[in-house]
Design a protein. Structure first.
Length: 294
């Protein structure tokens, strides 16, 4: 685990951490999980008089803006976005509770768009946290040193739209594809603050292979934990492994000092399975993302 003192990523995380609330769009763990893609993005930072980053913007193709900014810097961030992307269709994602950003977007000509959204769910990490229950022969444990290839592989196996769609009732076609997770990519994530191996949990099958996984991110300043991501190899589906490894990760994060956990699954009707799982283990809906387009 490393904490680069002057990296753009760490500066962006610190800006998020200083103002984090359960209604926030970003958690420091979100940015850590997405860190391998940062070198491929156009990133702009706005610093205060003390040199600390107060706002940041990150472009994803073709013209989508991810951002974090206080109200007074919203015009500057949007002006930069418009000047950088030019006369094309532009989209920005906001939290439905972020009244200042939504007002700034509407004033700049954006309208709410009917797009898939992410539902932020929260859970208190208190004495009512259930213990994980596993089928006979399975066990949950932390990732071991030298196991990054297997850890990346179980993530890849889980994140296939085709099999996730097959779990829905009735089944739906979500297309096919595969996660781009590689051993090298996972190694970069594992070398990014605030990754902790004791919060990186897997379920080991009776034959010794990895069957499911859950990764936790702990913000010790806000005592908040992000559960991101969780997945089960389809060969081991419908055995309660996703719920079990999630609960084990929540216990680990509570032991680390977290008092509140956040998870952000897709929330629209086209993708209900993960949200249902999290509700089953005690998460409740909070805010959600909303897409705006002009």
């Amino acid at each position: 685990m490393t904490t680069p003192p002057d990296s753009d990523l760490t500066a962006m995380q610190r800006a998020v951490q200083r103002t984090w609330t359960p209604d926030s769009h970003w958690h420091i763990g979100d940015l850590a999980w997405q860190s391998p893609s940062l070198p491929d993005r156009t990133v702009k930072l706005w610093r205060g008089s003390d040199g600390e980053v107060e706002a940041w913007a990150r472009l994803t193709a073709p013209a989508h803006l991810d951002m974090h900014a206080p109200p007074e810097l919203l015009p500057a961030v949007l002006d930069w976005f418009h000047a950088t992307t030019g006369e094309v269709e532009q989209t920005v994602t906001a939290m439905n509770s972020d009244a200042e950003l939504i007002a700034a977007l509407r004033a700049a000509g954006y309208q709410e768009a009917a797009e898939p959204f992410f539902q932020h769910c929260v859970r208190d990490l208190d004495g009512h946290l259930p213990k994980p229950v596993l089928p006979s022969g399975y066990r949950v444990r932390t990732v071991e040193p030298g196991e990054l290839a297997a850890r990346a592989a179980v993530h890849r196996a889980a994140w296939r739209p085709k099999w996730i769609g097959s779990l829905q009732v009735p089944p739906v076609d979500l297309g096919d594809g595969e996660s781009g997770m590689t051993t090298e990519r996972y190694a970069k994530i594992a070398d990014t603050w605030p990754y902790r191996r004791d919060l990186d949990l897997v379920v080991e099958a009776p034959d010794g292979t990895l069957a499911a996984s859950a990764l936790g991110w702990y913000d010790d300043v806000n005592q908040s934990a992000l559960l991101e991501p969780v997945g089960t190899d389809p060969h081991h589906a419908r055995r309660g492994l996703g719920a079990a490894v999630s609960l084990a990760c929540l216990h680990a994060m509570r032991d680390a000092g977290a008092t509140l956990a956040v998870v952000c699954p897709r929330g629209d009707d086209a993708y209900p399975v993960p949200r249902t799982l999290y509700h089953r283990i005690g998460f409740r809906d909070a805010g959600r993302t909303v897409a705006y387009r002009r």
